[in-house]
Design a protein around this ligand. Structure first.
Ligand code: F0G
Length: 470
């Protein structure tokens, strides 16, 4: 299967072309500084794009988290904030939206995704228990480990290879999971942690067949199944596109069906839910909910605001409803795919198939002369910034951190630089500029030197680590 056998948005709609289902009402000027100033800014930032000032960035593809544009309806909703300490009207709107669109019974708001990850990890993991998951996510795994859990990667092998074309590279390998359950015993498994889509694998989806089979296996063994729903709407798009029987089902229906196979979910609403800040945790079990609702007041805020303003919850409730519109999600993923197709045409190594939220440049293939400990993906992020002021993010050895027991670096198979596309923010012309900058870095690749890490914080080191050129 070549990357082009996957259907494009144009084919889906049987149109020659497609366009965003919105028009621009307000604009924010972009700033571009000189190459000389970029060199200075990069050195000041220790070659870490997280340490750049945003005013020194031209096109910001650091993340799709909280960087989206809200709609006029969401902004109107901001004016309807009920800033009561307790029982805010906006909380009930949010609760109803999560119940309606995701289908869970009980909802706890949190300030963002990691707030929810903290609560579920504390409530559902006993020290020494295993938490199998479809590849790790940085904050998710850290909260599982801080709660005493031992993370085990049970994603299919294909996910670790940037070139293998598999329509559902986010799937859990059921044999890996079964052998873990057999080896350790079901009581040693806290829960299965499944993310749709899988961020670190390149935004790769999980199939409906996989989640159904997982439900069967976990039911048989009395194990809970929790979902990282951060980009689950995008996951639903891939099911609609690629899984038989779903082509004619609306995104909203697919989303709800998928969630129905899980016992609960945590959410970084800064992604799919189209807000700049917010998150939630939702479960079906009343007793667990009571515990989570009690914990949230310790760490986030009262159970009807969870660290958010009323207006934030209103924007989230509206964003949830907008996020499942088929036209929205087609154009969202279509824009990512447009960039991916351009780069592929130019022979630039990226993760295939192109996923939901970002293009992942394969830094190992970009810089075959660099050892992984010379931080190829971090190097590529620095080079792109130097070339054009575009900001991307390392997703390789720096992000993977150290082994909790041995203290050695984790050496992930994937050494990637992520160009993450914010929702409803940039145009296709921006994508062209980005693609050309990547091409320039690619043409220069032979001359590029790697980096060494000169400062390393204890937790989630990639955010604040500093580097120097070798
Ligand atoms: N789960 C996934 C899959 C994520 O991608 C993120 C955040 C979180 C949980 C945590 O949510 O940031 O709201 O606390 N991902 C961002 C990113 C940071 O850039 O990929 P948060």
């Amino acid at each position: 299967m070549s990357p082009h056998t996957l259907m494009t948005i144009g084919q889906q709609f049987e149109r020659r072309s497609w366009a965003e289902p919105w028009k621009i009402k307000m604009v924010e000027p972009l700033n571009i500084i000189s190459r000389e100033d970029r060199e200075k800014a990069l050195i000041n930032a220790g070659f870490n794009t997280f340490l750049l000032r945003s005013e020194d960035v031209y096109i910001d593809l650091l993340t799709d988290s909280g960087t989206g544009a809200m709609s006029d309806r969401q902004w109107a909703g901001m004016m309807l904030g009920d800033e009561a300490y307790a029982g805010s009207r906006n909380f009930y709107h949010l609760e109803a939206a999560v119940q309606d669109f995701y289908g869970y019974s009980y909802v706890v708001p949190t300030h963002q995704g990691r707030g929810a990850e903290h609560l579920i990890s504390q409530a559902a993991i006993k020290p020494g228990q295993f938490v199998p998951g479809n590849m790790y996510f940085t904050t998710t795994r850290l909260h599982q480990e801080l709660a005493g859990g031992i993370f085990v990667d049970v994603i299919i092998d294909e996910a670790h290879d940037p070139q293998i074309l598999h329509p559902f590279k986010g799937n859990i390998d059921l044999e890996k999971l079964e052998s873990l359950i057999k080896r350790e015993g079901a009581e040693k498994i806290a829960y299965v942690s499944v993310a749709g889509t899988v961020n670190m694998a390149g935004g790769q989806p999980v199939s409906m067949a996989n989640i159904k089979a997982l439900r069967e296996m976990t039911d048989k063994n009395g194990i809970k199944l929790y979902l990282d729903a951060t980009r689950m709407v995008e996951n639903a798009f891939f099911i609609q596109e690629r899984e038989s029987g779903y082509a004619d089902k609306p995104i909203a229906e697919i989303l709800k069906e998928f969630c129905s196979f899980t016992d609960g979910a945590w959410m970084s609403a800064k992604k799919d839910n189209l807000v700049n800040i917010g998150g939630w945790l939702a479960v079906n079990d009343r007793e667990l909910f009571e515990e989570l609702r009690n914990l949230v007041v310790v760490y986030e805020g009262l159970h009807t605001y969870g660290g958010l303003a009323g207006r934030d919850m209103e924007a989230m409730a509206i964003g949830i409803a907008e996020s499942v519109h088929d036209e929205h999600i087609f154009s969202r993923i279509g824009q990512v795919r447009y960039l991916g197709e351009l780069l592929t045409t130019w022979g630039i190594p990226i993760v295939h198939p192109v996923g939901g939220h970002a293009i992942f440049l394969d830094a190992k293939a970009f810089y075959p002369h660099l050892k992984q400990i010379e931080f190829p993906a971090q190097t590529l992020a620095a080079e792109l910034y130097l070339d054009s002021g575009i900001r991307s993010m390392e997703r390789g050895i720096a992000s993977a951190g150290r082994n909790a027991e041995t203290g050695d670096h984790n050496y992930p198979k994937l050494e990637l630089t992520r160009l993450t596309i914010p929702r409803r923010v940039y145009t296709q012309a921006h994508m062209d500029v980005v693609a050309e900058s990547v091409r320039a870095a690619f043409e220069n690749r032979g001359k590029t030197r790697g980096l060494k890490m000169v400062y390393e914080p204890k937790y989630l080191r990639f955010f604040q680590a500093r580097f120097e050129r070798i």
